[in-house]
Write a protein that binds this ligand. Structure first.
Ligand code: 13P
Length: 249
């Protein structure tokens, strides 16, 4: 089964998130095989979206999480708070957070916390444009995976999602070739397996839309996609979910 994750970033408020979540559930009703769908609204919308998704198989993700348990951390949100709202997955290390100072060692700490709390982590990695142009993508992503995952003990309850999102592909309309995606995904999978992490789902993210979704999703190295811009447009999101539902994983 393929996985579709919609990262709603800071695009939608509570009412819009509620409306879109309802639209997704309505759209799924007509589908024969339903892929795994995970919605990641903004923090303020999590509670209301959670109520809507509660009797469906659609899962709820946050877009970030503190690695701290609790305490004087103004503006942060803990795993316990997320769990209270019915959140069961969390995006960690998105490049838009990294641009504000988050580094791989922070992502590592968040990952450890998420696994310990039974929240499935969606760990984002990916190279900047200059690294891509220099042909050094694999080395860069390898290093990221090492720093983030080394010493992390996973358990049978957790699925680890890793989203390969090249920075230059996010929001740009540009995408890497399917061959490049395949190569990076295979490397990530092998590296995690060497670290003893086998229950992993490797996703592609960056300018995924209904037109290019098939090429990514139809590749056996691609377990799913992480969508930004196209995921806040109901028809585009449902079109991508439909593509996923028609592919035999
Ligand atoms: P776009 O699909 O808008 O390129 O965003 C990708 C992304 O950052 C998903 O997390």
């Amino acid at each position: 089964m393929k996985t579709i994750i919609a990262n709603w970033k800071m695009y939608l408020g509570v009412r819009e998130s509620v409306a879109l979540s309802r639209g997704v559930l309505r759209g799924l009703r007509g589908m024969k095989t339903i892929p795994e769908v995970i919605l990641a609204p903004s923090y303020p919308a999590l509670g209301e979206v959670s109520k809507i998704l509660s009797r469906s198989r659609v899962r709820l993700s946050a877009q970030n999480m503190s690695h701290q348990d609790h305490g004087a951390y103004t503006g942060d949100v803990s795993s316990r708070m997320l769990k209270e709202l019915g959140v069961n997955a969390v995006i960690l290390g998105h490049s838009e957070r990294r641009a504000k100072g988050m580094v791989d060692s922070d992502v590592h700490l968040k990952l450890v916390r998420a696994v310990a709390e039974g929240i499935d982590p969606i760990v984002c990695v990916g190279e900047p444009s200059a690294t891509h142009e220099a042909g050094e993508t694999e080395g860069y992503v390898h290093e990221q995976i090492n720093t983030i995952f080394e010493g992390v003990e996973t358990n049978k309850r957790s699925t680890i999602y890793v989203a390969y999102e090249p920075l230059w592909a996010i929001g740009s309309g540009k995408t890497p070739s399917i061959h490049d995606v395949e190569t990076v995904h295979a490397m990530i999978r092998e590296q995690l397996s060497e670290l003893g992490i086998d229950k992993v789902s490797v996703l592609y993210g960056g300018s995924v839309d209904p037109e290019n979704a098939y090429e990514f999703l139809n590749n056996s190295e691609v377990d799913g996609v992480l969508i930004g811009g196209a995921g806040v447009r109901i028809q585009k999101l449902l079109d991508i979910i439909t593509v996923a539902s028609e592919i035999k994983a």
